[in-house]
Design a protein around this ligand. Structure first.
Ligand code: S3P
Length: 421
């Protein structure tokens, strides 16, 4: 994919549905009583993997262009499930299936098969789950088991690990108390509460008692992790508005970064939809300063770090990201692939074990990169190239289908001209 440099970029963008919320709406309604309509769902490759897995397990799911219809069931069947590239699908399914009296095998593509799964399997075993990984990774095999609640510490601030435990706890005898080191995204707690689950949250501790779920219609907001690319383009090149974006405080670390970097942004039409805060986000071209990001902020912007690194490369002064070693176990080793991308474009970035150090240059030359089949590297690279002097080329650019199938079309639409307000 060739990306041309732009002198200006602006416009109003319709960003696809939130990936985390779409996965959850499909998974949770699959085991609830009744039928649910999910509107604004993301139909990217990851969420399609979740739909296919649930169909293989015996759940009736229909889709049309705008909605997903899920007919929940208590009787899942034994199955072998292809989770594709999707860590959320595999990890949440591990918890969902652990106490469901089914035998299942979960497998995925080469990237997913290289990612850690014991972080979910080990705490699930404390509840009595019969679950085996292959040397810590996929394929994962799940056997029938009766679960009982207990106290569990997740040793990593991961919403995927926490959500798997909450799902298993719904079917466990008694009470399960889950404690995480830092607060990760809380869409699971919000949605399950709306579906009738007995869940209480106090800081970083979630207490779950055995409960059944009733179907719940979900209107999925746009994904702030996808909006982030168009927000960054506004900050670098003009003015952008992304409508109807989810601004759950466990996801808005990028806005805290914008404040530190001096990005001129505003939230408009703030409202709550299906228990999730939503707003329109307007971002204007700004003089950027370097930032220091430390561990506490990382869970709230984990998926945005590659595009934040791009902004830092265009900023005045030095930026340091630390406490972000989780990036090494995403769809690619995102510390390495981000460093490789920014270096290839002529930026000054150094790899650190838990992040990176960037000396901002205010300009990048441009150049060619490989996405390493990582959607967020491809999209961050496209943003950097659009703002670069010469533009360049992205190999394996199609992987944006994972979370943002129309990304390049949207990028072409933002040619400047009329900004609708
Ligand atoms: C996700 C949680 C995050 C994030 C991923 C989606 C989720 O992973 O990186 O893209 O939907 O729960 P971790 O919770 O493992 O950090």
């Amino acid at each position: 994919m060739k990306i041309a440099p732009r002198a200006y970029f602006g416009g109003e963008f319709c960003i696809p549905g939130d990936k985390s919320i779409t996965h959850r709406a499909i998974l949770f309604n699959s085991i609830a009583k009744g039928e649910a309509e999910i509107t604004g769902a993301l139909l990217g490759a990851d969420c399609l993997s979740t739909i296919e897995c649930m169909r293989t397990l015996g759940v009736r799911i229909r889709t049309d262009q705008t909605s997903v219809y899920v007919c929940g069931t208590e009787d899942l069947r034994d199955a072998s499930c292809d989770c594709g590239n999707s860590g959320t699908t595999m990890r949440l399914l591990m918890g969902l299936l652990a106490g469901k009296q089914v035998r299942a095998c979960l497998y995925g593509d080469a990237s997913l098969s290289s990612r850690p799964m014991e972080r979910v399997a080990a705490p699930l075993r404390l509840l009595g789950a019969q679950i085996a990984t292959s040397g810590g990774k996929a394929p994962v095999k799940i056997e029938k088991a009766e679960l009982r609640g207990c106290a569990v510490d997740t040793h990593v601030a991961s919403a995927q690990v926490k959500s798997a435990l909450i799902l298993a706890a719904l079917g466990a005898q008694g009470q399960t108390v889950i404690h995480e080191p830092l607060l990760s995204r809380d869409h699971t707690e919000r949605m399950l509460t709306a579906m009738g689950a007995d869940i209480t949250v106090e800081g970083t501790t979630v207490t779950v008692r055995r409960s059944g779920l009733r179907a719940c219609h979900v209107a999925v907001p746009s994904d702030i992790s996808s909006a982030a690319y168009f927000m960054a383009l506004g900050a670098l090149l003009g003015e952008t508005i992304c409508r109807n974006v989810g601004v759950n405080p466990t996801r808005t670390g990028i806005l805290r970064v914008f404040e530190q970097m001096g990005v001129n942004y505003s939230l408009e039409n703030e409202r709550t939809v299906c228990g999730e805060p939503v707003a329109d986000i307007r971002v204007k071209k700004s003089a950027l300063r370097g930032v220091r990001l430390t561990r506490e902020l990382i869970p709230s912007l984990i998926d945005e770090l590659p595009v934040i690194a791009v902004l830092c490369a265009f900023a005045e002064g030095e930026s340091v990201v630390s406490g972000a070693e989780e990036l090494r176990v995403k769809e690619s080793d995102r510390i390495r692939t981000t460093v490789e991308m920014i270096s290839a474009f002529g930026g000054d970035i150094a790899e650190r074990p838990d992040g990176f150090l960037i000396r901002g240059k205010r300009k990048l030359r441009g150049g060619n990169i490989d996405s390493h089949l990582d959607h967020r590297i491809a999209m961050s690279g496209a943003v950097a190239l659009a703002a670069s002097e010469l533009g360049g080329d992205i190999a394996h650019a199609d992987c944006v289908d994972i979370s943002f199938p129309r990304f390049y079309q949207n990028l072409n639409e933002g040619t400047g001209g009329v900004l609708h307000v």
